[in-house]
Design a protein around this ligand. Sequence first.
Ligand SMILES: Nc1ncnc2c1ncn2[C@@H]1O[C@H](COP(=O)(O)OP(=O)(O)OP(=O)(O)O)[C@@H](O)[C@H]1O
Length: 243
Amino acid sequence: MSLLVLDELRLRYGRADDPGSALLSFPSFTLPEGGHLLLRGASGSGKSSLLALMAGLLTPTSGRLTMAGIDPAQLSAAARDAWRGAQLGFVPQRLHLSASLTVRDNLSLPYVAAGLRPDLARITAVLEALGIAGLQSRRPHALSQGQAQRVALARALLRSPRFVLADEPTANLDDEACAATLGLLRQAAEDHRLCLVIASHDARIEQAWGSWSALHRLRLGGSATVDRTGSAGVNGAVGAVSS
Ligand SMILES: Nc1ncnc2c1ncn2[C@@H]1O[C@H](COP(=O)(O)OP(=O)(O)OP(=O)(O)O)[C@@H](O)[C@H]1O
């Protein structure tokens, strides 16, 4: 089964008759089993929007998207929430750790949100794998940026997701922290047999992972994909280049 299929996928923000509305057209694309995806494209090309479609947080205007055979848009709201909790881990650009909670309690939240009892042994095991098991009682303000990023990655990995979606995970990191983060993501992908989907325009990812044969690339095409007039193609080609 293909891990990810995008088929003539489009997303409109706003109403079609609103001159300020934006229509995003995504290239059709298939990610085979065992692959990982680097989503590239300039600011505004639709990377975050595509991640939100993959997470079932937005519904396509037309076309179809499947994640390991599941079309999140076809699920009921409750089934979609359950699917997202069980199958997806998310590493957002801003880490959204709760400042008043310890690391352990931050990592308990995904369980609580799903109505489950926190699995403290699993939390410890994931933190150990990421080399930060000693930080469980700390609050986020007492973590370095790199440690906080590991906690966010741990949170994404806790429930053994099929996919980890990461939005600009290396933005604002210096070269050393960038290399460490990419190392963690790749290690997690290999250890946990999950599919990474990384949205980024950071050229350092290509430098670090250029020879990783499992990595596929999908380029979203900047202004060519965003049509603000409602008449597709006004900027030239609608769509984007995949490689
Ligand atoms: N809620 C919204 N309403 C209207 N337009 C939106 C909305 N969210 C995003 N857009 C538009 O959709 C396009 C794609 O935005 P998106 O955030 O997905 O791009 P991106 O590639 O992730 O950008 P960046 O790299 O800057 O985060 C942009 O033109 C943006 O202005």
